[in-house]
Design a binder for this molecule. Structure first.
Ligand code: ADP
Ligand code: MG
Length: 159
């Protein structure tokens, strides 16, 4: 999946898309979620974490005040929210070294607040508030970390 754009009309639809995405990820992957407050970054994360199989979606809450949440029922996912960190921080001073230490799935809200140094493949997702319950989601999978939907019929099949 190189790039994809979709519109959702409810938080449940956004969660459902996240679930599908999460179930198709090839770790390690660093997922950078951008978009204004209320755009749906945390809502999408609920679906991704549940799709990866690290927690149920209702167990996923915003790490705005704690900076990072770790979910590890089975697979492991770190969910980081950098909204409140301010300037002049890096992963080390924030105590986030563990997050990228072992290959896995790491989801970051407000990624532009920090320079993230990693050689992990990056999946960029932009969320835009279109209307009350409508969001536009743009996924850019330049590194090919999302498996194609139907493995049996797609280009994944050996020639
Ligand atoms: P962010 O993490 O980007 O600040 P949240 O996911 O915390 O945003 O909040 C998004 C809010 O918008 C939630 O209250 C959610 O229920 C609501 N919402 C309404 N429609 C949608 C939609 N289509 N997709 C995602 N969230 C939606
Ligand atoms: Mg959030």
């Amino acid at each position: 999946m190189a790039s994809r754009e979709l519109v959702t009309n409810s938080s449940e639809e956004t969660i459902q898309f996240g679930r599908e995405l999460g179930s198709r990820l090839k770790p390690p992957v660093l997922i950078l979620l951008s978009g204004e407050l209320g755009a749906g970054k945390t809502t999408l994360t609920k679906g991704i974490v549940s799709g990866v199989g690290a927690a149920r979606e209702d167990e996923v809450t915003s790490p705005t005040f704690t900076l990072v949440h770790k979910y590890e029922q089975g697979a492991r996912v770190y969910h980081v929210d950098l909204y409140r960190i301010g300037d002049f921080h890096d992963l080390e001073t924030l105590g986030l070294e563990d997050v990228l230490a072992e290959p896995g799935v790491v989801i970051v809200e407000w990624p532009d607040k920090l320079t993230l140094r990693t050689d992990w493949p990056i999946l960029r997702i932009q969320l835009e508030h279109v209307a009350e319950d409508t969001r536009k989601i743009t996924v850019r999978d330049e590194s090919g970390v999302v498996n194609s939907r139907d493995r049996a019929t797609s280009e994944d099949r050996a020639p």
